[in-house]
Design a binder for this molecule. Structure first.
Ligand code: ADP
Length: 322
C-alpha cells in the first residue's frame, strides 16, 4: 500500500507540473538583475555580492539579444584558466563577461548548453529540460510582441520549483511516506569530501572533476563540519584576489554572508514527506545524509529529488498508458 500511495503522490505532483507554467512559479513582483556582456568579470562579482545573488542573465547590447546565464560555474572556469595560465593574471583582470566563451575554449571545457524555456510552457517541460541538461537554473525567455525581440523574463531554479511543489502539493506530498533508504534517494558511494585544512583550490578541483556543486567538509572521524558550495567561490575571488584560493576552506567559509541559510542534514530513515516539509519551510539547496553520530553517509541534491519526483516508476507508467 505504501508503494501505491507513493506512486499516487508522485503522479499527483506530475499532473500539477503539467497544468502549471514556469510563469506560475514567479512571485507577483520580483527584481531581475541583468548584466551587460561587456562588463568586466571583476566588476560582475561585486554586483552579484551587493545584490545578494549568485547568478544573472547576460545581455548583448550590440545585438539586443540574450547572451546566456552567468553562474558560479563561469567563475570556476576563470579560476581554472588562472591555474593553467598563472602568468596571465593581468589578462584575467581585464576579462569581460563576453570573454567567458573564450575562457571555456582555452581550458577545454564544453560550453554549457544555453537552454531556455518560454514562460507559458508547462512547468513539467522546464523540469524535464533541467534534468536532461543538468542545468540548475533556466532562463525564461519570451519574445516582445512589438519589437519581435527576445526578452528575459526571469530565471527559474530547481530550488524554486521544488519550493513551489512543496508549498502547493501538501495533499500529494503527505503520501510520500517511503524513506530515503527505501527509494534509494541520493548518492552514497564515491563521495567527494575535504577537510578544513584543504585549500579552496583543492575543493574547486574536486567539484570540477566530479561535476558536483558541493563538497562536504568532514573531520578525521568522518563527522560533517560544513559544506563548501560552488557559490562560496564568489566571495573568495572578490577583488581579483586569486592567490587567496590557496588558503584553507575553513578560512573561506568564515567569509560567508550573515544570512547564510545553514546546512541541512537528514537520516536514511527520514521519509520523503519530511524532506518536502523541510523544503517548504527552509532554504534548502541539498541535504547531507548523516548517521546518529553525525557521520557522513550520503548527499541528496535537489536534482536527485527532482529526478525522483519526475521519473520514478515512469517506464511502468508509460507501459500502462500505452
Ligand atoms: P545539483 O544538480 O542539485 O546542483 P549536484 O551537482 O551537487 O546537485 O549533484 C549532482 C549529483 O552528484 C547528484 O546525484 C548528487 O547526489 C551527487 N553528488 C553531489 N555532491 C556529491 C559529492 N560531494 N560526492 C559525490 N556525489 C555527489
Amino acid at each position: 500500500a505504501l508503494d501505491k500511495e507513493q506512486m499516487q503522490g508522485l503522479r499527483g505532483i506530475r499532473e500539477f507540473l503539467k497544468v502549471r507554467t514556469s510563469y506560475d512559479v514567479l512571485p507577483l513582483s520580483f527584481r531581475l538583475v541583468v548584466l551587460d556582456n561587456e562588463l568586466l568579470i571583476r566588476k560582475s562579482l561585486n554586483i552579484l555580492i551587493q545584490n545578494g545573488i549568485v547568478s544573472a542573465p547576460l545581455w548583448d547590447s550590440t545585438n539586443s539579444t540574450f547572451a546566456g546565464l552567468l553562474t558560479s560555474t563561469d567563475y570556476i572556469n576563470v579560476i581554472q584558466y588562472y591555474c593553467q595560465f598563472p602568468d596571465e593574471i593581468d589578462q584575467v583582470d581585464k576579462f569581460r563577461l563576453s570573454s567567458l566563451r573564450d575562457i571555456e575554449r582555452a581550458i577545454g571545457v564544453l560550453p554549457l548548453e544555453t537552454v531556455s524555456v518560454h514562460p507559458m510552457r508547462p512547468l513539467y517541460e522546464a523540469c524535464r529540460r533541467m534534468l536532461k541538461t543538468r542545468a540548475r537554473r533556466i532562463p525564461l525567455v519570451d519574445v516582445d510582441d512589438e519589437t519581435g525581440r527576445e526578452m528575459v523574463v526571469s530565471v527559474i531554479t530547481q530550488y524554486r520549483i521544488l519550493k513551489f511543489i512543496a508549498v502547493n502539493n501538501e495533499k500529494h506530498t503527505i503520501l510520500l511516506r517511503k524513506s530515503v533508504r527505501e527509494i534509494g534517494l541520493g548518492t552514497y558511494t564515491n563521495l567527494a569530501t575535504a577537510d578544513m585544512s584543504s585549500s579552496v583550490l583543492d575543493v574547486i578541483h574536486l567539484m570540477v572533476k566530479h561535476n558536483i556543486s558541493a563538497v562536504p567538509i568532514i573531520d578525521k572521524e568522518n563527522k560533517v563540519l560544513n559544506v563548501f558550495e560552488a557559490v562560496d567561490v564568489i566571495p573568495c575571488i572578490k577583488g581579483g584576489a586569486y592567490d587567496e584560493l590557496a588558503s584553507s576552506v575553513g578560512e573561506a567559509l568564515s567569509k560567508r554572508a550573515d544570512d547564510f541559510p545553514g546546512i541541512y542534514t537528514c537520516s536514511e530513515d527520514d521519509r520523503l514527506d519530511a524532506i518536502f516539509e523541510t523544503i517548504r519551510k527552509s532554504r534548502v539547496h541539498r541535504l547531507i545524509v548523516v548517521d546518529d553520530d553525525s557521520r557522513l553517509k550520503g548527499i541528496i541534491s535537489l536534482s536527485d529529488i527532482l529526478k525522483h519526483v519526475l521519473l520514478f516508476g515512469e517506464e511502468e507508467d508509460d507501459i500502462r498508458a500505452g
